[in-house]
Design a protein. Structure first.
Length: 186
């Protein structure tokens, strides 16, 4: 398998920390992006009355997250040869399972080891001033903080270098990410 990890950049952290706004700004600047699995799955499952929801069947929700992340990885690999930014990655599934106190199946660990991203992972720290709940984000600020700790712990265990994002406006975050990734502004 070709190694594309040096051009696949992950943005991770707890919910409500500005990751999606940053991904949208990078997409507006012309970069390839992959949306967050969780929100997409919740939207789809709610639309069809499906059970794979974090407040209904967490293990099934995690399996769909893994599937989504693998599909996103393959789509980025098949797409343009330039950089791609992911709103979370395969290791986030492990963090989610640990957060929920669920066992991490071997195939999930195997996926996190096989489907790699750039060594530097951008981490959005908790940011209470911008955190909001909505129909899809039902987590509390405390759960967002615990999610942050779990997912960053997984990335560190897998040998990624964690690069904290500044608590700053989106445009400043875009400049920071592009600078840290060694990429020119499009």
């Amino acid at each position: 398998m070709q190694d594309d990890s040096d051009r696949f950049f992950v943005l991770t952290g707890g919910p409500g920390s500005g990751k999606t706004a940053l991904i949208e700004a990078l997409r507006a600047d012309g970069f390839a992006t992959a949306p967050e699995a969780g929100r997409g799955i919740i939207r789809d499952q709610m639309a069809i009355g499906g059970p794979a929801l974090p407040w209904q069947d967490r293990a099934l929700f995690a399996e769909l997250m893994l599937s989504w992340e693998l599909r996103s990885w393959h789509a980025a690999r098949a797409g343009a040869s330039g950089p791609a930014f992911f709103d979370r990655g395969v290791p986030d599934t492990i963090g989610y399972l640990r957060l929920c106190g669920l066992p991490v199946p071997d195939h999930v660990t195997s996926a996190a080891k096989k489907f790699r991203y750039a060594r530097r992972v951008f981490v959005a720290p908790p940011w209470p001033e911008i955190f909001i709940q909505d129909e899809e984000r039902k987590q509390t600020p405390d759960e967002a903080e615990r999610t942050f700790r779990k997912v960053t712990g997984v990335y560190a265990e897998l040998g990624y270098e964690l690069v904290p994002l500044p608590l700053a406006p989106v445009e400043e975050r875009v400049r920071f990410v592009l600078d840290q990734a060694g990429l020119p502004r499009t």
